[in-house]
Design a protein around this ligand. Sequence first.
Ligand code: NAP
Ligand code: ZN
Length: 344
Amino acid sequence: MRTTSGWQSSDGTTALQRVTIERRELRPDDIAVRVDYCGVCHSDLHRIHGMLGEEGLVPGHEFTGEVAAVGSGVTRFAVGDRVAVGTIVDSCGECAMCRAGQENYCVHGAVTTYGGKAGLKGGYSREYVLREKFAFPLPAGLDPATAAPLLCAGITVWEPMVAAGVGPGTRLAVAGLGGLGHLAVKLGAALGAEVTVLSRSADKRDDALALGASGLLVSTDEAQLAQAHGRFDVVIDTISADHDLSPLLRLLGLDGTLCSLGSPFLSGPRLLELVYGRKRLTSSGTGGILHTEELLRFCAEHGVAADVEILPSSRVQEALDRLDEGDVRYRFVLDLSDLDALAA
Ligand code: NAP
Ligand code: ZN
């Protein structure tokens, strides 16, 4: 076993504690990654809050770093290569979904970067071991700290936007301006769409415009919503709390698509509004290898990356609690290098 250290919730609270983590010895097609930067996703918070009798949860599924060691059969990476890792670290490789490059939908269940059926410890740690197939070379030109959130927040909004045909001429609304939302705005604008942000207040209007949106609608203002009735082709919903989808569906025009990505939605949709207008309600769950590669190329070409606040990983609780309070512009990224000193 290889050992490293990381940040674990043992009791369902955000008071994560530093623990020693065991990683498997490298298999022939494994690489070990020195984790330098790991984004803090709202899913990490949901998972911590929802811990049910688990022994301990080390979150983290959007990280970048350097290859620290390679297995005997590794062909795509060498020690020292810059690398990025997202939400999926293994899958059957044989089912229709895997063959289509959608390992995230593997019919036998993809292995998630933390928790899940394999119970792996995630990227809030200094070293991670995975099959080389599931790691991505970090393209030159992308900064490792601001690119880390592309590996979950970015790909999660990218796949459904591409699937919905977002491009020049698309009237796109992004609901919730957080980690996912701000990247949806940047990526949507870079794809050529006309982007409008839906936010609970007008506080983020200047940010929305700076990110590439052409306007912001206040989602708590009935009059503003009524005026925007039927205006959009696609709504990307990244709201992290339980909410009624009806107001969002009413914003769609004929054949419009609402893609609700927030975790609460996934546990309780209300579907009747879909009927009126032959609307499509879709969802999506992170992304597969092909699309992640496509995203990274696109971001390198268009200079797209996250707006981040970097904190030493020892301040992980502060990051989680401020995320819970909505106090983040727009992604916390943990710098794991302090674990070296803490371990010494
Ligand atoms: P985040 O940074 O906290 O952003 C969420 C945004 O939702 C907030 O910035 C806020 O936007 C809005 N919001 C929060 N509470 C709200 C409330 N009570 N009512 C209305 N709006 C509210 O979170 P994130 O990391 O972007 O994640 C967003 C959601 O996507 C989470 O539920 C996460 O678990 C989920 N997720 C899903 C996938 C997937 O594969 N489907 C992948 C990653 C994350 P405003 O301040 O602008 O109103
Ligand atoms: Zn995530």
